[in-house]
Design a protein around this ligand. Structure first.
Ligand code: SF4
Ligand code: SF4
Length: 189
């Protein structure tokens, strides 16, 4: 797939850019972070987007565009972008970038920064909360449990939330998710 096949512009490109939005230091901050050191080597060839399996099925997810936005200093647009969370971390982009930009790692850095700002899509907050509470990424609905019982199926194995909490202790994403909603910085819910 080529980017020309996209039917709608990637998120963040729809609105005109205001000078006040630009943070000229953002790219230099990224250069100091593990995984995004080579972000300024990107010359916008589009190989990452063309070979990305997620971009193939999404009209809005474009790793090249996210990197371009970061190079331009559009920090808030990058960190508030829902599309950031579509990356499947398959590393195809990293393997194929002719400039050795670690694209998948750059996306991870963006996600970490977005997490620090509290910009986490609600679906991931819900999954993390469920994992912490039940040991499962998805809460099994009571209706489904009852249906299993009515059909004579054995009970589902119990999750181990304590082990999950122990494993995830200190992981910023989960710490963030566990904080009360009011304490989180403004961002997407
Ligand atoms: S493949 Fe590399 S150089 Fe090309 S647009 Fe993507 S990050 Fe930039
Ligand atoms: S790591 Fe993410 S951005 Fe890179 S090709 Fe895979 S899904 Fe696309």
């Amino acid at each position: 797939m080529t980017e020309a096949a996209s039917t709608s512009p990637p998120q963040g490109k729809e609105q005109p850019i205001k000078a006040s939005e630009i943070d000229p230091k953002f790219k230099y901050e990224l250069q100091k972070m593990h995984g995004s050191e080579k972000i300024l080597k990107c010359f916008q060839c589009g190989t990452c987007t063309s070979d990305c399996p997620v971009a193939r099925f999404s009209d809005s997810y474009r790793p090249r565009t996210l990197i371009h936005m970061a190079q331009l200093g559009l920090k808030d647009r990058v960190l508030n972008s829902d599309t950031l969370w579509l990356c499947a971390a398959c590393f195809t982009c990293t393997d194929r970038c002719p400039q050795d930009v670690e694209v998948a790692s750059v996306i991870r850095v963006f996600r970490n920064l977005a997490t620090e700002k509290g910009c986490i899509p609600q679906v991931f907050k819900d999954q993390a909360q469920s994992l912490i509470e039940t040991g499962y990424a998805y809460k099994i609905p009571d209706l489904r449990i009852k249906k299993r019982e009515s059909q004579g199926l054995p009970p589902l194995p119990k999750g181990n939330p304590d082990a999950v909490k122990k494993t995830l202790k200190g992981v910023a994403f989960f710490d963030r998710v566990q904080k009360p909603q009011g304490e989180q910085a403004s961002g997407k819910q």
